[in-house]
Design a protein around this ligand. Structure first.
Ligand SMILES: [Mg+2]
Length: 237
C-alpha cells in the first residue's frame, strides 16, 4: 500500500465526523428506527446513510427559521421520495432526535486515531475542517482530550461556502502560509473529496461507513483507505 512520507508535508487537515469521531452507529440506529416507525419499506439503509448524514448536519447547523424556509428543498432527498411533505418533516425531525439520543449515548472516537493525532502533531501542524459548528468540534475534541493538538478549527460558521467548496482548506493553508502541495486533507464524504481536490492538496479518503466506497471512488481521492487502521498504516510513524 502507498505510504505517506511526512517530510514532504507541513500540515494536515482533518474532517471530524467519520474521520476522528465515529457517528456511524448513531446514524445507522436512527435510520433503522425511522424505517421501522414510518414503514419506509423501499429504503436500503446503506444507500441513504451519506444523504442522512448531510441532512442531519444541515438541521444541526441552521437556525430554525432557516430550516423552515428551506425545508422543502432540504427534504428533497432520495430517502424520502414519494411521501408527503408533512410526513417528510416528521420523519426528518424523528431521525434528528434519534440521532442526537444515540450520539450522546454511544459515539466515540475511532480506535487508534488519538495515538495517530498525537504522533502527527509532533511533525506537522494540524487543523479541523468541519461542516458542523466549530463549537461542536471543540466540544468533541475537548471530551477526548485532543484539542491541544489542533492549532486551527474551522466550522461552517467560519466560511462563506462549506465543503465541497475548498474555501475552508484554502483559509487554513493561507493561515499556515503553506502551499497546497505541502498539505493533506483527510475526510470521509464525497464533499470532502471534492473540496480536497479543488484545493489541490493530497486528498486521503477514509471509507469509514457513512458513504459507500464505490461512490467515494468515483470522486477520485488520491488515496482511499477502508478504515482507521489502514489510515494509520499509511503514515511512517
Ligand atoms: Mg465527515
Amino acid at each position: 500500500m502507498e505510504k505517506i512520507y511526512l517530510e514532504k508535508y507541513k500540515g494536515i487537515i482533518f474532517d471530524l465526523d467519520g474521520v476522528i469521531y465515529d457517528i456511524t452507529e448513531a446514524i445507522k440506529k436512527a435510520v433503522d428506527d425511522g424505517i421501522e416507525k414510518y414503514q419506509l419499506e423501499n429504503v436500503n439503509r446503506d444507500d441513504v446513510m451519506e444523504e442522512i448524514a448531510h441532512l442531519i448536519e444541515e438541521i444541526q447547523n441552521y437556525p430554525v427559521p432557516k430550516i423552515l424556509l428551506n425545508s422543502f428543498e432540504l427534504l428533497q432527498v432520495k430517502f424520502l421520495e414519494g411521501i408527503s411533505f408533512f410526513k417528510k418533516l416528521r420523519v426528518a425531525i424523528f431521525l434528528f432526535n434519534q440521532f442526537n439520543k444515540y450520539k450522546e449515548e454511544e459515539s466515540t472516537i475511532f480506535k487508534g486515531v488519538d495515538d495517530l493525532i498525537s504522533k502527527l502533531a509532533k511533525n506537522v501542524k494540524l487543523a479541523i475542517l468541519t461542516n458542523n459548528k466549530s463549537q461542536y468540534a471543540e466540544e468533541v475534541l475537548e471530551k477526548f482530550n485532543l484539542i491541544k493538538y489542533f492549532n486551527t478549527i474551522i466550522g461552517f460558521n467560519d466560511v462563506s461556502e462549506v465543503k465541497p467548496n475548498p474555501e475552508g482548506i484554502l483559509k487554513i493553508l493561507s493561515k499556515w502560509k503553506i502551499k497546497p502541495s505541502e498539505a493533506i486533507f483527510i475526510g470521509d464524504m464525497t464533499t470532502d473529496v471534492d473540496a480536497g481536490k479543488a484545493a489541490n492538496v493530497k486528498m486521503i479518503c477514509v471509507a469509514s461507513g457513512l458513504a459507500q466506497k464505490e461512490t467515494l471512488k468515483k470522486h477520485q481521492p488520491d488515496i482511499l483507505v477502508e478504515d482507521t487502521k489502514q489510515l494509520i498504516q499509511l503514515f511512517n510513524i
